[in-house]
Design a protein around this ligand. Structure first.
Ligand code: CO
Ligand code: ZN
Length: 331
């Protein structure tokens, strides 16, 4: 598992530019899939198995994109001004290393502020890529990049950029590789542009037309010194009850908790006040779909250094496999 996580987080893939992530995932899953398709929005759609008499078509979704930056202006001295791709906390930008998809690299710093106690806003930052003018600047308007930072392996825990949501991608890759028999038709969608309002999942959910939906994504935790949320690292996968954009179908929630109880897998109930996932989009497609979300507890989401617990990841995979292997009982 560690290996696939490290492989996927290292690949740059800001919203709208997920191609390299998609290539890597496609290589991993192709030998195990019945069919692999890429749609107009760049979603990777991997199908496995057929729907039997007591089976359902289940759409699984994990997003390939990560928070990124897009160059908006190159000033006279060659400094790059930028905008965000996805929700970027300005406080996380100062001194961050940036790597552009075209190979250019640089560091973020900010305009001089008279009041040093103030935080910079996004438009007061620039990226220094070592240029002296627009002419010798290796970054052009519209070029995109991501934060660059090495992975720190703490043994049981891992710190990296882009765990949101390469961790979900890694879990779906493992599920595709490991699942053999299922009464269900499983459609694994590696989506694009989730961080800019689930744009990839919108046509994908319409196309798949599932009987049941499940997103696999990160959720916040409250186990830091002043945190308040009732989710912690290391206490198992979180089963979403509600977030800022959806109320999970209570029948799907019950199916998930019952399955975890039966298998003795630890789990936590998640109520996330802000933010949402592709699950919202699946739930609201066509005439509506019973949908839930399996969440991986993650610290410091949308920063260049997010943290997960590998035991949670393993338990999430175990729970997911259990959910997919058996006839779905929704009552
Ligand atoms: Co996110
Ligand atoms: Zn996410």
């Amino acid at each position: 598992m560690k290996e696939i996580i490290q492989k996927l987080v290292a690949i740059p893939g800001p919203s709208g530019f997920e191609g390299r992530v998609r290539d890597a995932i496609q290589n991993e899953v192709k030998p195990y899939a019945d069919s692999v398709q890429i749609d107009a929005l760049g979603n990777l759609i991997v199908t496995k198995g057929k729907k039997s008499a007591n089976g359902k078509r289940i759409m699984l979704a994990a997003h390939m994109d990560e928070i990124g930056v897009i160059a908006t202006h190159i000033d006279k001295k060659g400094f790059v001004r930028f905008s965000n791709l996805g929700y970027l906390f300005a406080r996380n930008c100062m001194a961050a290393h940036v790597s552009f998809l075209n190979g250019a690299r640089g560091v973020v710093n900010g305009d001089h502020l008279e009041d040093a106690s103030k935080l910079h806003s996004l438009d007061q930052f620039f990226i220094d890529v070592g240029a002296t003018s627009p002419k010798d600047c290796p970054v052009k308007i519209g070029d995109v990049g991501v934060f660059e930072r090495p992975v720190i392996d703490l043994g049981k825990r891992l710190i990296s950029k882009a765990l949101d949501d390469r961790i979900g991608c890694a879990i779906l890759v493992k599920a595709i590789q490991q699942i053999k028999e299922s009464p269900n038709e499983l459609v694994f969608v590696f989506t694009t542009q989730e961080e800019v309002s689930n744009r990839g999942a919108t046509p994908a959910a319409y196309r798949v037309d599932p009987d049941l939906g499940l997103a696999v994504d990160v959720t916040d935790v409250g186990d830091t010194p002043t945190g308040k949320m009732e989710v912690s690292l290391g206490k198992g996968p979180a089963i979403k009850v509600k977030d800022g954009g959806m109320i999970a179908d209570p029948r799907v929630v019950r199916w998930m908790t019952d399955t975890a109880e039966k298998a003795g897998i630890p789990y936590q109930m998640e109520i996330l006040l802000g933010g949402t996932t592709d699950a919202r989009t699946i739930q609201l497609t066509r005439a509506g779909v019973p949908t839930g979300c399996l969440s991986i507890p993650t610290r410091y989401i949308h920063s260049p250094a997010e943290m997960i617990d590998l035991e949670d990841v393993e338990n999430s995979l175990t729970l997911l496999l259990d959910l997919l292997r058996n006839p779905v009982e929704i009552k």
